[in-house]
Structure formats: structure tokens, C-alpha cells
Design a protein around this ligand. Structure first.
Ligand code: VGL
Length: 202
């Protein structure tokens, strides 16, 4: 069977570009993903996005008066329903077919912890708990064999998403030029870990 490829675009949200957790290359990467989509979208059977979407994410946000460690505790970011959680305007979202939200009530770095964003009103979403389908099942239902991962941040959510993708059995590639890291050092460590797990870096 010929490969069926999906593109997973991770967390290209305002807070991760120029908001409370901005990344040096976030804006450039958002634009680069858009131009990649204009030339290469037809390579993919499906294109989806993930969103960090926090309501009350248990210890993920730094406590009042303390400093974030930028590893487990972070400045407040991507609060559900706020401007900072929306996609960065330079990202062309027109080819993105479905959105998977993660992190409502726990820290969640991997898009595979996400669930399909419901089509009903925002206020209702906060009252229902994750009754929608997860990313792995969604991709399996569509007979996807190969997953490419791009987005923000290389060393956190891109890494976690690609590792979960590979261990769910999808042949997984991270496209380095379409990812922005929190730190360059972190990105190098992430690539080593990803390669060791069998993920391709292109
Ligand atoms: C992320 C830090 C905290 C990410 C999310 O999207 O990579 N990084 N929360």
C-alpha cells in the first residue's frame, strides 16, 4: 500500500510566537509553514493542528511570586479562550482540517494527548470533559501510515508529539526548518532523542 501521509502542525499559537512564552524563531517558522503548505499541502492525505489549551493545568503554570524553571513550570500561557491561545496570524490555517486541544486540566506536551476540538459553542466545551476522539484514533481511522511533525516548540511539544507518533506506529519525520525551539541546545538534545527513537529528522 502506498504511504498515507499526515502533517501535524503543533501549537503555532500567539503565546508561543510573541506572547508570554515567545520563541526567537516562532514568527519565521509560522510564515515558513504557510509557504510550505502552499507548495506541499497536496503531499498530505490530512493536515491537522494541535493547540495548547489550558483551563487549570495542575502545576504547569508557575506559582505566584516564583520564577518558572522553563522545564516543568512556565509563565501563564495559552489559556483556553484567550487571545494568546489563538493561532499566530502568519500561519495560514485554511488547509487545516481538524484541531486537537490538549492540556485543559493537566500539563500536556504531546498532541497525542489532545482531543478533537468540538464544533459546538466555546462555553459548552468547558463543561464537557474530553468526550471527543484523540489524535491517534483519528489518524488510524483515516489509515495514515506516515506522520510529519512541524511547529513549536521543537524541544517540548514537537518532540513529545513526534515520540508519541512513532510509538503509536506511524513512520514519523520532524521537519527541522519548520520548527522553532525554546533553546537551540534543547533542540539538539531533542533531535538526538528523536533519532534514537527512530524518528527521521529532515
Ligand atoms: C510548550 C512549553 C510549555 C510547547 C507548551 O508547545 O512546546 N512548551 N507548554
Amino acid at each position: 500500500m502506498s504511504p498515507r501521509r499526515a502533517l501535524v502542525i503543533v501549537d503555532v499559537q500567539k503565546d508561543f510566537v510573541d506572547g508570554s512564552l515567545g520563541t526567537a524563531r516562532g514568527a519565521e517558522v509560522a510564515a515558513a509553514i504557510s509557504s510550505f503548505l502552499s507548495s506541499d499541502a497536496n503531499k498530505y492525505a490530512h493536515i491537522v493542528g494541535t493547540l495548547d489549551w489550558h483551563v487549570d493545568p495542575a502545576g504547569h503554570f508557575v506559582a505566584a511570586g516564583e520564577q518558572p524553571d522553563y522545564s516543568e513550570t512556565w509563565p501563564v500561557h495559552c489559556v483556553a479562550g484567550t487571545e494568546g491561545a489563538t493561532t499566530y496570524p502568519a500561519l495560514d490555517t485554511s488547509a487545516i482540517e481538524a484541531w486537537f486541544r490538549k492540556g485543559e486540566f493537566t500539563p500536556a506536551y504531546s498532541g497525542f494527548e489532545g482531543h478533537l476540538a468540538p464544533a459546538f459553542a466555546e462555553a459548552d466545551w468547558l463543561k464537557v470533559e474530553r468526550k471527543t476522539i484523540g489524535l491517534e484514533q483519528w489518524l488510524q481511522d483515516r489509515k495514515i501510515s506516515h506522520v510529519d511533525v512541524v511547529g513549536i516548540a521543537t524541544d517540548f511539544c514537537v518532540k513529545a508529539t513526534a515520540l508519541d507518533s512513532q510509538s503509536a506506529g506511524f513512520h514519523t519525520t520532524v521537519i527541522e526548518q519548520l520548527c522553532a525551539p525554546v533553546s537551540d541546545e534543547g533542540a539538539q538534545e531533542a533531535f538526538a532523542e528523536l533519532r534514537a527513537a527512530g524518528v527521521l529528522i529532515s
